[in-house]
Design a protein around this ligand. Sequence first.
Ligand SMILES: *Cc1c(COP(=O)(O)O)cnc(C)c1O
Length: 376
Amino acid sequence: MKQIQMVDLKTQYEEIKEEVDRAVLEVIGSSAFVNGPDVKAFQEEMEKYLGVKHVIPCGNGTDALQIALMALDLKPGDEVITSDFTFAATVEVVGLLGLKHVLVDVDPDTFNISVEAIKAAITPKTKAIIPVHLFGQAANMEEILAIAHEHHIHVVEDNAQAIGGSYTFSNGKTEKNGTMGIIGTTSFFPSKNLGCYGDGGALFTNDDALATKIRSIVNHGMGERYYYDRIGVNSRLDSVQAAVLRIKLRKLDEYIAKRQAAAQYYNEFFSQIEGVITPAMNPNSDHVFHQYTLKIDGVNQFVMQNFLREKGVPAMIYYPVPLHSQEAYDAERYNDDDFTVTNKLCKSVISLPMHTELDNEQLNYICTAVKEYLGQ
Ligand SMILES: *Cc1c(COP(=O)(O)O)cnc(C)c1O
């Protein structure tokens, strides 16, 4: 059996090696390293794929979130509601801009931001909500957009983990994740569902004026050449990464199908195992399985992780510590009792290997190891 990896980027690369090597060498040969033709082409191909008017590539997913908040002209002290159970980047950028993060609890089944908790957290100072489409499944966008509309609040989707997935509204309309809010952001970090071979990210919007502003912010706030309209940043996707992403974007749907097939295998196996809760499926959202995360009550996940590791099965705890109790994110400002779901999830989640190259022999081995740990 091939060694099991949490994410197997090497085998994936071997399958597209010829195409990738040629494209990367072409960029190097052209010496158009920054803002070359591949960046523009990738941008257009991504716009088409997502059905969105504007894709603005940038340096990484964290920058994308920061730039989104800058483009919305939020002022120090403005409140931004986001999830307590997410990767730190989401809340980090809020703090970095001098905005006030308001972390709220999540739904115990989907792990996504709780609509009830959002409602309870809204104040006259709330200016934005950042739902995170965690682990590959969209948050409850219909209700989030409705609340935001009612209170004149911006919605910025952190779509770093659910690119290629979509959400269906009750009127039957289906939209790609990242294109429903005023701005959507994503990351092309290598291990994401659409990953490049270094750092990369992008913003999405259907708003022409915002797109112009975002394009200026990613380039030092420049409007006309050497005329600066605002404070910006330097955040670009380089041409080598764009060349890789063009190839991988063409394969994204196939990659998603492979992840879904692996998830299906896990689901079937674990339906026979007591005490293991497989990922809940929101009927309005397809799941593109950035992570395959089990909930298991009454085990110490770190002991389980070590047991699995000794058997050659990597597993990760995403996420072990709620953000509201982190020193960097004003832990003293939050009341631990407001986060019963996140507190519990952090003690019961464990993510198994999930990528495009898992075969049935590996999947069976992983499942059997979990079963053995649980003494079944
Ligand atoms: C990965 C990730 C980011 C940050 O992306 P980078 O490209 O690593 O900066 C932000 N939010 C979420 C939810 C992520 O998973």
